[in-house]
Design a protein around this ligand. Sequence first.
Ligand code: FUB
Ligand code: ZN
Length: 633
Amino acid sequence: MKVYLFIPLLLTACTTEQQSVSSLRKIDPVDFSHVRIQDKFWSPRLDKHKTATLPVCIDQIENQTGRMQNFENAALGTGAHSGIFFDDSDVYKALEGIAYSLINNPDPELEQKADEWIDKFAAAQQPDGYLNTYYILTDPSSRWTNMDKHEMYCAGHMIEAAVAYYQATGKTKLLDVCTHKVDHMMELFGPEKAHWVPGHEEIELALVKLSEVTGKPEYLDFAYWLLEERGRGHGTTNGEGNWDVAYYQDIVPVRELTDISGHAVRSMYLYCGMADVAAMKNDTGYIAALDRLWDDVVLRNMYITGGIGSSRQNEGFTEDYDLPNLEAYCETCASVGMVLWNQRMNQFTGDSKYIDVLERSMYNGALAGISLDGDRFFYVNPLESTGNHHRKEWYGCACCPSQISRFLPSIGNYIYGISDDALWVNLYIGNETTFPVDGKPVTLIQETDYPWDGNIRLTVQADQPVKKQLKLRLPDWCNAYSLTVNGEAVNNQTAGNPAGNNRTDHKNTASALTDKGYLVIGSWKPGDVIELNLAMPTELVAADPRVKQNAGKRAVQRGPLVYCVEEQDNAIAPDDMLLTDNTRFSSRFEPELLGGITVIEASDDEQNNITFIPYYSWDNRESGRMKVWIDKQ
Ligand code: FUB
Ligand code: ZN
């Protein structure tokens, strides 16, 4: 029996269906350039991304740190390198964020800034294509000697930025820099050439993007070769430290992987690269490995927030079910990695369980990574604080701020999917989206106050019949819903979400209207109004009994949001709080609190009131203690 790591309390039989690989990627994303998000939850965040997040990143890169100076020095071939050896990657990630922002918010000044940055990258590139300011400025003779020094990691982020900027503007200058750099790498490494195991994955998924955008299959082949290099004894730091095979995901060939190990972000990027290559190369062995790994991550190593990584020491994993709360690592980048990976898994299978995890990581682990004002960031996202853990404007190692700067403007990517037979609605976010289906425009309009309530109104507009089913995700947290088309009930179900954590084997138990956790509307026509009402009660959640840190505790969840207590809302200190069988919960929307949130109040017969706020919104007021898991009598 497979059990999820945390369990809605009232549910007892917790099994999931056995995953089998039936076909390779069957769902394409509807990319966010078609998606106009218009809602009360995400729109303010996207505004802040433009007015606060990007300006902070730009200021840090240009003025507060030496990141841009490094490129300028490298172009001149003189001067010192400042910062960490992979700082170039933050500049590329911020540029990727700028590119995504430009797609939905054209801004000539910002575009000019991006062009200036790209000119500096191009000027710093060496005649043979090499580009990495750390080695150019410190010791060019040592380049490509230590596989942990992130040369390919930085190249990967440059490629992702280049692809994004090309998609935003049609400009190819940075793409040309990238192909020059990759051609250089391919002269050195590959079959019959030198071995290379990138100490920090990223290049693999980036090469697939580069292959797609340039139409050059050799970049895909190179990504495949790099993946196949792992687990065969080729990794080395060339004497500058130990090459720990578990830490670097180099323990066995990737298709033999069974357990997640080592560094969390590196693992996520590896799995994304494997998924992308598997899709293009029809490698079912990779997908089988990813299925095993997904179970290991989600069932044995994931926090309720969708965060991963319990240890600061390796920024990653320890042993199964070891999920400390105060010392949790849960790096923001790792939660974003979970979003990236789970979307890919869903695209192979059409199983909503991946989007359930994607949504959990997105609304909790990742979203906590940025302040409500958009200008402060968490690197580490613990589930408990003694009051001294706060977001910062930047970090010496600034992977998380730059990660958030590219992730936020891309969230439109995760809302829809399209396959031969269906339009898939994965996330409930107010938006209007027009994209081509069979060459003709189709517009989807979603109106909703999600995640505060579960009422979703969906209209599909098209001038022609659309011969596809509509598939609406039934989230795992939802146990009751109603669905109507033009006011006519399609299906009413008051208990037992066959897609949820409590599902037994939904292939056998699902009604005709559900398929792998999606409500299926087979018969509809343009102009129909589809209304889905997902009941969103407050749920008490228990952890898997093997998680010793949460023994005797409960967490509160409402819809996709995990809640926490903060000291300033409560007369009782978090450590003294006690939930009992008599605790009752009520919720109310507070428009003025923390940007507008639904607050949950817990009370019992002794008038011991406890106020809960969404986890993502913590540490946005005066400092104080915070807790997610509360003692239960
Ligand atoms: O090593 C590059 C990035 O810095 C990693 O992804 C993060 O975990 C941090 O170590
Ligand atoms: Zn990070």
